[in-house]
Design a protein around this ligand. Structure first.
Ligand code: GLN
Length: 491
């Protein structure tokens, strides 16, 4: 029998439609692979084994096979609420928290026929770029178990790369879908701000956060995005109107697309494999008679500084709710004040505390003008500059991260070095633009290299069309196979 865990959504649906496989076979194959491999990868914080099998059996009884994600297993980042199941944000402070409701994206996945198979690891409250800030586990990169999977959606990206799920949801505040997708050799998409409902996503920085899919192919990514996107009355920032029909609109040739390349590409400090992959993609475009034009991007150094002021300011406010009273951990003490202090002192990890301190500082009355207000001005400038670029262009092609995956432990004690791995991803969050990372090549050490496309607001269809073109010509999945040996405990 064919290995169901190697199939794309499209492939799974062909098997299911022709009765060669049932949802219980699909879910069973994935659960068995998780059992064999996740001891080495540690992508999951929680696997819903029996519940997922029950749901698959119920789907079989119901029929309704025409649903877009019928029988498709999905792993969900553990900062997205799942009713009755742990949602910890990889934080001690939410250790036993079980939300009484599902996030809108989870409801939409279920409506589309999907099966949630578990919750994936992340940096605590999605703060980080390596998943090392989790209070519970260190996730490993399936391409090299000594390396980090990226972050903060490292568990989701590693799960998809290691074939532990065909689809995973991540969240992206400053790059947390795209950077781990790049590090793990998979596809990751963040939509236009407001495209996907944030209802039930535990807030990190509300003006930047977006949920999005991580998949093996761009086609799968379009199908999942279409299923989860669309207006939600529970989220006041959600874009009104129906979502674009992405599965259909992302197909087609790209001769009408005007692609831009950053003028400072030559000056950026990129690892050689990242530079080669980027140049290779521009070459492929030229061969297809698409002539990339050079544009001046908003300054990436200013973007990253601006991001870390705004994101931390919002985080300090959003995380004020974890006080030991409403939910999660409570460390009993003599007085109310002491209870707050001890709960937060014990419940939050170091990086989260660092950000609460920084965020509180930039919002304090003495420094507000110098930092927070200034960052808002920089944000406005970045938005204007992008708007001008997208008057004349449809897509910008640039690296996702300056390097491939780094080693576990390499940056964990150097927050600034860690923050710099988001240098190319934060601009799209600041301007609320859709952006995707696709695998494009492999480094000398055998690690995947990702490339990023950014589109104008609402430009998901063009973005996915461009990504499908590059995926086809760069042929990552055909050229590079993940060596499952180390994952299976063999050579
Ligand atoms: N790595 C970035 C940070 O630490 C982005 C995180 C994210 O997108 N959630 O803030």
């Amino acid at each position: 029998m064919i290995d169901l865990t190697e199939l794309s959504i499209q492939g799974l649906q062909e098997e299911l439609a022709s009765d060669r496989a049932r949802p219980t076979d699909v879910v069973g194959s994935y659960l068995e692979k998780i059992e064999r491999r996740d001891g080495a990868v540690k992508a999951f914080l929680e696997v819903f084994g029996s519940e997922a099998m029950e749901r698959a059996a119920a789907l079989e009884k119901e029929g309704r096979r025409d649903r877009p994600l019928y029988g498709v297993p999905v792993a969900v980042k553990d900062n997205i609420c799942t009713r009755g199941f742990p949602t910890t944000c990889a934080s001690r402070i939410l250790e036993n928290y079980r939300p009484p409701y599902n996030a809108t994206v989870v409801e939409r996945l279920l409506d589309a026929g999907a099966v949630v198979i578990g919750k994936t690891n992340l940096d605590e409250f999605a703060m980080g770029s390596s998943t090392e800030n989790s209070a519970y586990a260190v996730t490993r990169n399936p391409w090299n178990l000594e390396c980090a999977p990226g972050g903060s959606s490292g568990g989701s990206a590693a799960a998809v790369a290691a074939r532990l799920a065909p689809v995973a949801l991540g969240s992206d505040t400053g790059g947390s879908i795209r950077q781990p997708a790049a590090f793990c050799g998979v596809v990751g998409l963040k939509g236009t701000y407001g495209r996907v409902s944030r209802y039930g996503l535990v807030a990190f920085a509300s003006s930047l956060d977006q949920i999005g899919p991580i998949t093996r192919t761009v086609e799968d990514c379009a199908a999942v995005m279409e299923a989860i996107a669309g207006h939600d009355p529970h989220d006041a920032t959600s874009i009104p109107g129906p979502p674009p029909a992405l599965a259909r609109e992302s197909v087609g040739d790209i001769s009408d697309l005007r692609v831009a390349m950053p003028s400072r590409l030559g000056e950026w400090d990129l690892e050689s494999s990242v530079r080669e992959a980027t140049e290779g993609a521009f070459e492929a475009l030229r061969e297809a008679d698409i002539r990339p034009e050079t544009v001046d991007l908003p300054d990436v150094d200013a973007s990253i500084a601006c991001y870390y002021v705004l994101a931390n300011a919002e985080a300090s406010s959003n995380l004020a709710r974890y006080d030991g009273v409403k939910y999660g951990l409570r460390v009993p003490s003599d007085s109310l004040g002491a209870m707050y202090e001890r709960t937060r002192g014990i419940g939050f990890g170091e990086e989260v505390k660092r950000r609460i301190l920084l965020g509180t500082y930039v919002l304090s009355s003495g420094y507000y003008e110098a930092y927070y207000a200034k960052a808002q001005q920089v944000k406005a400038k970045i938005c204007d500059e992008f708007a001008r670029i997208f008057e004349l262009h449809d897509l910008i092609l640039l690296p996702t991260a300056p390097t491939p995956a780094f080693r576990i432990g390499e940056k964990v004690d150097d927050p600034i070095a860690m923050y710099l791995s988001d240098i190319f991803t934060t601009p799209a969050n600041i301007a609320g633009l859709p952006a995707i990372s696709i695998p494009a090549g492999i480094s000398g050490e055998g690690l995947p290299v990702g490339l990023q496309l950014i589109a104008g607001a609402g430009g998901e269809a063009a973005l996915l069309r461009g990504a499908r073109f590059l995926e086809r010509v760069l042929r990552f999945n055909e050229r590079f196979a993940l060596d499952a040996g180390p994952l299976e405990g063999g050579a």
